[in-house]
Design a protein around this ligand. Structure first.
Ligand code: 1CP
Length: 319
C-alpha cells in the first residue's frame, strides 16, 4: 500500500533530498525503492514505487507532491474551460512514459521472480485531486462538478480514464503481472452517482488492463456500500478497507469474488498480542472468499516499526 516505504530507514536514506516526483522518474531509484520492502519483509509481491499523479505530470499537468500533504496542482479544474485547457495535450504517450517503463523493467529484473504489481489512480480519485487542487476530506469540488456541469465532468472522466489506462498499460508491457486500480476516495459517493457518473470510466480502465492479459484489483476506502458496484466495474479482485469484515464483504460480493485486505493500519502500533489476534481474525474471515490477498486496509503509517511488519508477514505465512 501507499507509503509502505516511508517506514523504512533504507528508504529515507536512498531518497535523501530527492523530491518524490524526481524519485518516481528515476528508474534506478524507483526500482531500488520497489525492492526494499520485499528484501526486508519477505512479502510475496512488490508494488511499483510511483504515485497516482505521475502520469498527469508526464502529460504536462503542473503538479508537485508536497511532503506531509500529497499532490498539489497549480490550477484546479472547476469549469468546462479548465477541463479543455487540461485535456488538450491528451494522456501521456509512450515517450513520456519511458521513465516509468524503464523503472518497471529494472524492478522486475532485480526482483528475480517475485511478482510486481503495477497500479494507477482511478478516474474519480484523479478527478478529485484535479478538481480540489489538492487533498481534501470530502471531495466536494469533484462532487459538485459532477452535478453542476455534467458535460465538463464527463470530459474530465474521459481524460482521467485515458491517463489511468496509459499508466497501467505501460507498467504491464514493461513486466507488471497484476495491477491495482486505486479509487481511494470513491467512498464519498452514493451508489447511484457512482454507477451513473464514475463506473463507466473505471470500467474502461479495467478493460484496458484486462486486454493486456493480467488480473486486476480494485480498491477504495469507505466503500462498504459500494463493494458490489466496484466489482461490477470489472475487477477480478476487490480490495476492502478496515471498516468491513471480510466475511461480510464476501457476502456482499456474492461469494465468488476474491478479496484483498484488510488489516487495520491503526493496530500496527498496538501491543503484539492485540495485533496478532486481529491478523488471525482477518485471515479467518478471509477464508469465506475463493481467494484472499492479505494486506492492510489502507497505507502503512510512516511511523510504523518495520520489525512489526516483518513479524506480521511471518505470522500470515504461518497461517
Ligand atoms: O508504498 C509505496 O511506496 C507504494 C507506492 C505508492 C502508491 C501505490 C505511492 C508512493 N503512492 C501510491 C498511490 C497513491 N498516492 C494513492 C492511492 C493509494 C492510497 O489510497 O493510499 C493516493 C491517494 C496517492 C496520493 C498521495 N500521494 C498522497 C495522499 C494524499 C491525501 O489525499 O491524503 C500522498 C501523501 C502522496 C505522496 C506519496 N506517494 C507515495 C509516497 C511514498 C508518498 C509520500 C511522499 C514522500 O515519501 O515524500
Amino acid at each position: 500500500m501507499r507509503q509502505a516505504g516511508r517506514s523504512l530507514p533504507e528508504y529515507r536514506q536512498v531518497r535523501g533530498q530527492t523530491t518524490m516526483l524526481q524519485a518516481c522518474l528515476d528508474p534506478d531509484l524507483a526500482a531500488e525503492i520497489t525492492c526494499q520492502p520485499v528484501r526486508r519483509h519477505g512479502v510475496d509481491a512488490a508494488i511499483f514505487f510511483s504515485d497516482i499523479v505521475v502520469p498527469l505530470a508526464l502529460a504536462g499537468v503542473e503538479v508537485t507532491i508536497e511532503p506531509g500533504v500529497g499532490p498539489v496542482f497549480a490550477r484546479p479544474v472547476r469549469t468546462v474551460a479548465d477541463v479543455a485547457a487540461l485535456t488538450h495535450t491528451g494522456p501521456p504517450d509512450d515517450e513520456a512514459l519511458a521513465p516509468v517503463a524503464a523503472g518497471v523493467r529494472e524492478a522486475v529484473a532485480r526482483l528475480a521472480g517475485t511478482p510486481l504489481i503495477g497500479f494507477a489512480g482511478a478516474p474519480f480519485t484523479l478527478a478529485a485531486y484535479l478538481a480540489q487542487g489538492r487533498a481534501s476530506r470530502d471531495h466536494l469540488a469533484a462532487r459538485r462538478l459532477m452535478h453542476t456541469d455534467p458535460a465538463a465532468w464527463a470530459a474530465l472522466m474521459e481524460y482521467t480514464a485515458a491517463v489511468s489506462a496509459a499508466f497501467l498499460v505501460a507498467q504491464i508491457r514493461a513486466g507488471a503481472v497484476a495491477v491495482q486500480l486505486f479509487d481511494s476516495w470513491v467512498g464519498s459517493l452514493r451508489e447511484a452517482d457512482y454507477r451513473a457518473h464514475v463506473l463507466p470510466a473505471s470500467a474502461k480502465v479495467l478493460a484496458a488492463a484486462k486486454a493486456e492479459g493480467v488480473p486486476t484489483i480494485h480498491f477504495g476506502t469507505g466503500t462498504g456500500e459500494l463493494l458490489a458496484a466496484l466489482h461490477d466495474a470489472g475487477a477480478d479482485v476487490v480490495g476492502v478497507d478496515h471498516r468491513v469484515g471480510l466475511d461480510v464483504a464476501v457476502q456482499r460480493l456474492g461469494g465468488t469474488t476474491p478479496v484483498q485486505g484488510n488489516i487495520d493500519p491503526a493496530l500496527l502500533a498496538a501491543p503484539w498480542p492485540v495485533l496478532e489476534a486481529h491478523v488471525r481474525d482477518v485471515v479467518d474471515r478471509g477464508r469465506a472468499a475463493p481467494g484472499h490477498v492479505v494486506n492492510l486496509g489502507h497505507g502503512v503509517p510512516p511511523d510504523t516499526d518495520p520489525d512489526v511488519l516483518t513479524r506480521l508477514v511471518r505470522l500470515v505465512h504461518s497461517l
